[in-house]
Ligand binder design. Structure first.
Ligand SMILES: [Fe+2]
Ligand SMILES: [Fe+2]
Length: 204
């Protein structure tokens, strides 16, 4: 959710300590942080959905092993951790926390690049680019699911494309950000939407 994010340029492009490469929070630690920092259930769900989609993409499309996929998942899971309690400093607070906790710099850079226009950090590698792609679209697709009686059941890509072209639907979702993110990868929007529907429908 970088939608109504105030512009907070982080003013730096290097994050974390290279010595921490490969170091992640345990799943228990990551979920404890999530529950502690994010009382809002819907936001928590958004973060879990992005985490699940990131992990699935790493495994299925990037040939990542389990450890690498956990990196993708953790970046997705924690990317908005400070949004609820520190909206004015969104991104900076969680980044500094993860630096303090000696988390892998790639995870921190990935979180820092989930809204280049807002945080002033360009997505570099595949993980960075995909979090930028998935973030807004995941939230948008979930908003579409919520207004359907059958939720994700029977949802098709075309209906999502149509809603993207309807400015009044989920108006807070910035279509320019979505287009910008998609323009940086070589997978068509339709395929990304299908992937998100499949992989976030069962996340609770
Ligand atoms: Fe988000
Ligand atoms: Fe965000």
């Amino acid at each position: 959710m970088s939608t109504s994010t105030p512009i907070l340029s982080l003013g730096r492009s290097s994050f974390g300590n290279p010595e921490n490469k490969g170091r992640l929070l345990s799943d228990e630690e990551a979920h404890a942080l999530l529950n502690d920092w994010v009382p809002n259930e819907r936001l928590r769900l958004h973060m879990k959905q992005v985490g699940a989609v990131m992990k699935a993409w790493a495994l299925e499309r990037e040939g990542a092993d389990q450890q690498e996929a956990r990196k993708w998942e953790q970046a997705g899971l924690l990317h908005d951790a400070d949004w609820e309690k520190h909206p004015e400093s969104h991104c900076r607070v969680i980044i500094e926390e993860l630096e303090k906790q000696n988390v892998d710099p790639e995870v921190i850079h990935c979180i820092a690049s989930h809204g280049p226009k807002y945080f002033g950090v360009e997505p570099d590698n595949r993980m960075d680019k995909m979090i930028y792609v998935f973030d807004e679209l995941s939230g948008f697709i979930h908003a579409a699911a919520l207004i359907r009686p059958t939720r994700y059941e029977g949802m098709d890509v075309k209906s999502i494309i149509k809603k993207l072209k309807t400015p009044s639907f989920a108006a807070q979702v910035n279509r320019d950000d979505i287009n910008d993110a998609i323009s940086r990868i070589d997978t068509p929007l339709e395929e990304i939407i299908q992937f998100i529907i499949e992989h976030q429908k069962d996340v609770v």
